[in-house]
Design a protein around this ligand. Structure first.
Ligand code: MN
Length: 157
């Protein structure tokens, strides 16, 4: 675009502000505690994005205090986790308990039953990225993770 093109941008912004990107400021985000139906222990959720249709992506940042973990659950269209801080745990139904650390990325397939959370003595923060299905559903919650399941030694550490 030439110099005259740049000159049009402020007027367009005044007339059509929704045509431009949205910036959501961190100071406006309200951190919420994971409901007891969804977790054991204390986990904190910060919403990053719930994109408007036709986009379907959701992203959140989850902070698990030591010993905290989600209940068993599944996502209709799967989920990506990316660990930012600490030491965590993740497990699929019938699969090994795994330790996860910063920089690790976990892909969980559609409808794969699983849980994720902190290590027993160490907090963990991860991003979670997932999509809503055609009904807007993102997660189906199941039973809580027992202490025996949670306390098993991880396969890797
Ligand atoms: Mn999940």
């Amino acid at each position: 675009m030439g110099p005259e093109g740049w000159g049009r941008v402020p007027l367009l912004y005044v007339l059509l502000p929704e045509a431009f990107m949205e910036v959501h400021r961190s100071r406006a985000v309200r951190t919420t505690r994971l409901p007891d139906d969804w977790a054991t222990g204390t986990g904190w959720l910060d919403r990053i994005v719930e994109a408007p249709a036709p986009a379907r992506v959701h992203a959140v940042r989850l902070t698990f205090e030591p010993g905290a973990r989600t209940a068993w659950h599944k996502h209709p269209l799967g989920q990506t986790l990316h660990v930012l801080l600490g030491v965590g745990r993740v497990q699929s139904r019938g699969g090994p308990l795994r330790a996860i650390v910063p920089g690790d990325t976990v892909w969980i397939a559609p409808n794969e039953e699983h849980w994720h959370g902190a290590a027993p003595e160490t907090a963990m923060v991860h991003l979670a990225i997932y999509e809503a299905d055609e009904d807007g559903s993102t997660t189906i919650w199941l039973e809580h993770v027992s202490d025996a399941e949670y306390r098993a030694p991880p396969r890797d550490r």
